[in-house]
Design a protein. Structure first.
Length: 281
């Protein structure tokens, strides 16, 4: 990992969008910080797309999708997208409410029948984990989940490494795609991940092909479930607290900030905006 100062000025200046993790990347101690909010707003004001991609559930993400300065939030590790429907707009066939106020739209990667079948199977596996893994509990945000399940390992409880390994083994033996975030073990049926979700939202919302312009997008993250993004994005950035997971990461971010969490995200945003403001940019 290189210090952010090694990020070439011309590469930063060509950036068209930022994809970002949420927990411990935008948030600090579980809450969004003013500097991270201001950084997102400044990026959008400069004409960049800002899209959050998180393992958090759709229900948890809904209020933030309408209040944070983002183009969309892709929740549940790539399977549900939440975005504002503009006033007086019928974009994608979605209409505003009668008062003309901005409302929330929700898009799914899987069809309704698939989601229903998967949901029933997931609940059975979740109960198996709770029975067999000492100390395992569902994440407190579980009531808002529609396409995955989550076991808390570091948010409100602390699971030891052996319990995390046992949980992963149960989930994967059941055919689930299981990944570890900075706070939860997320598991679902399907092949989606943060990269799949990023490709999907960029195509459906923006009409762009992410793989054709990967060098013009930045991904910012901090955890194990971000490494598929670290692998594929030439301009991937880890906030400083990614050091916690560095020994377990097969793919590291290209660059790392000096500051942690929300302050690290703000540091990254300043680097992009400074490059865009430089003479000749």
């Amino acid at each position: 990992m290189l210090d952010l100062t090694h990020w070439p000025l011309d590469a930063r200046a060509r950036t068209v969008g930022v994809l970002t993790d949420v927990d411990d990347t935008l948030t600090t101690d579980g809450a969004i910080t003013p500097d991270a909010l201001q950084a997102m707003a400044a990026l959008r004001a400069a004409g960049l797309y800002v899209i959050a991609i998180t393992g958090r559930p759709a229900g948890w993400s809904e209020p933030f999708a309408t209040t944070w300065p983002v183009d969309a939030i892709v929740a549940e590790t790539g399977s549900v997208a939440l975005l504002r429907t503009p006033k007086n707009s019928s974009q994608n066939g979605l209409q505003p409410n009668r008062e003309g106020r901005e409302q929330l739209s929700k898009w799914y990667l899987q069809d309704a029948a698939t989601r229903a079948a998967n949901y029933a199977r997931m609940q059975q596996v979740a109960q198996q984990v709770l029975r067999e893994v000492p100390g395992a509990v569902l994440a407190q945000d579980s009531p808002g989940r529609e396409t995955d399940i989550a076991i808390d390992h570091s948010e409100f409880t602390q699971l030891p490494p052996e319990a995390i390994a046992q949980t992963l083994a149960i989930l994967r033996a059941a055919g689930m795609n299981a990944q570890i975030s900075s706070i939860h073990i997320n598991a679902s049926y399907g092949t989606h991940n943060k990269l799949v979700g990023a490709r999907w939202i960029v195509r459906e919302l923006l009409g762009r092909t992410l793989d054709d312009e990967m060098e013009r997008w930045v991904f910012v993250g901090d955890s194990l479930n971000d490494q598929v993004m670290f692998e594929h994005f030439p301009h991937s950035v880890g906030v400083a607290n990614v050091a916690r997971f560095a020994p377990q990461l097969r793919y590291l971010p290209r660059y790392v900030t000096q500051a942690a969490r929300g302050a690290g995200f703000a540091e990254m945003a300043r680097a992009i905006l400074a490059a865009k403001a430089a003479p000749g940019a």
